[in-house]
Structures are given as structure tokens and as C-alpha cells.
Design a binder for this molecule. Structure first.
Ligand SMILES: [Zn+2]
Length: 224
């Protein structure tokens, strides 16, 4: 990609070309102002790396989305959380707790959880590190799940954790979904699923067919 910059620090490029991003990142939110903001955010935060990555022992790719870069600035967090909030309201989802992962996504989940905090039903925030829930002990909550992407923690496990505490899942928000993953397979059809952006990066190969492996100048970066 000629439009990419080269980072000396990473020895990799970043995708900053808006047209490229529009082509391979399909924002599904139904309002144009957010779509364009999200694309600009992906470009300006240089969070799409251009290099050589191994997602699983079988899959290699040229591009990698480094989501944590988006959450470095409060204004970025608010752009995304406001959009999620608009969609949730439009779909009429009533919730009084937000469940998310500890890590970068938690700042967006927190921003959503604190919206309308002056109302009587102040929302709770649950976070999980994968095995343990932080701030557990509350029960009979109507829980909105917010995840960065499907692969971070399996949807099934997340449902089990929430329902074990006698809470009910009322909606699932996934910010980025890779083309190869389909969250709807794992979620009961009666529960609303909101995918904010479908990622369809080119140049994803089975490891044995990876076009970058033969080039020793581009060492593979293990991301799993
Ligand atoms: Zn490779």
C-alpha cells in the first residue's frame, strides 16, 4: 500500500488511507455522521497495522486491528459510546447493567453505563478478566453485553457467567466483527445483536499459503 506510512518503531506500516478503510471496514450504524467519524478515527489513530500477523496457528494475515489505540482519547470513546447509545435507544433495549471485558473496551462500556445516571435506575457495570467477574454479586439485572470483538471471550461463556448470577441478557453489542466470524450463530435470535463495524481485511491466508512467510524481511508477529 503506497498510502501507508512506515513506522520505525514497529517496523510495520499503518493504514491511514480513508478510501481503503471505507472499502474494508463496513460501519453498520445507520447514521452517516457516525460512519464517517469511525472511519476517520480508524485512520487517525493508526490502529490498523500493516505487516505480517498470526491470529491462530493456522491463520496469517497482512493486517491487524489494534483496537486499544482508539480508546486513548476521551473524545474517541464518546464518539463510539454515543453511537451505541443511539442504536440501543432506537431499538428500545431496556437495560440496567452493562457487562464488558476489563481492558480498553471497559472505558467505552463505562461511558455507556454512566449515561442517564441521574435516572432512578442507575446502571451497574460488570467487568470480566476472562475468568473472574469484577463487581459481581448483583442479581436480577437486565444486562447489555459490550465486547470489542467476538474472539476476545466466547459469547457462550459470557452468557453463562451472566445467567449464573440470575441476570438476563437483553442485548449484545460487538464493536468489530471479522468476516470469518458470525456472532449471530451463538446468540439466541430473540436477543438483539448490534455489530458496529464488519471488518473484511484482504490478504488473510491459511498459514501454509501465506504470501508473506517466504519473505524473511517481514517476520511474523504472533497476535494470539
Ligand atoms: Zn505468514
Amino acid at each position: 500500500m503506497e498510502a501507508n506510512e512506515v513506522s520505525k518503531q514497529w517496523n510495520y506500516g499503518f493504514v491511514t488511507d480513508l478510501e481503503w478503510i471505507r472499502q474494508y471496514c463496513h460501519c453498520t450504524a445507520d447514521f452517516l455522521d457516525f460512519q464517517e467519524k469511525l472511519y476517520e478515527l480508524l485512520a487517525n489513530t493508526k490502529c490498523i497495522l500493516d505487516g505480517h500477523f498470526e491470529f491462530t496457528p493456522d491463520i496469517h494475515s497482512r493486517y491487524f486491528l489494534r483496537f486499544s489505540k482508539i480508546t486513548h482519547y476521551l473524545v474517541h470513546i464518546q464518539v463510539i459510546s454515543n453511537a451505541v447509545d443511539r442504536i440501543i435507544r432506537a431499538k428500545g433495549i431496556q437495560y440496567n447493567a452493562v457487562f464488558s471485558n476489563a481492558g480498553p473496551i471497559s472505558s467505552i462500556a463505562y461511558d455507556i453505563a454512566k449515561k442517564d445516571k441521574d435516572e432512578e435506575d442507575e446502571k451497574s457495570l460488570f467487568l470480566t478478566t476472562g475468568n473472574d467477574i469484577i463487581f459481581s454479586g448483583e442479581r436480577e439485572k437486565k444486562v447489555l453485553i459490550i465486547l470489542e470483538e467476538l474472539s476476545e471471550v466466547s459469547i457462550r461463556e459470557t452468557f453463562e457467567i451472566i445467567e449464573k448470577e440470575e441476570n438476563t441478557v437483553v442485548g449484545v453489542v460487538i464493536l468489530f466483527q471479522k468476516k470469518s466470524e458470525d456472532a449471530s450463530v451463538f446468540i439466541p435470535p430473540e436477543i438483539p445483536l448490534i455489530v458496529m463495524c464488519n471488518i473484511d481485511f484482504p490478504d488473510v491466508w491459511e498459514k501454509s499459503k501465506c504470501e508473506l512467510c517466504p519473505d524473511e524481511a517481514i517476520p511474523v508477529n504472533l497476535m494470539n
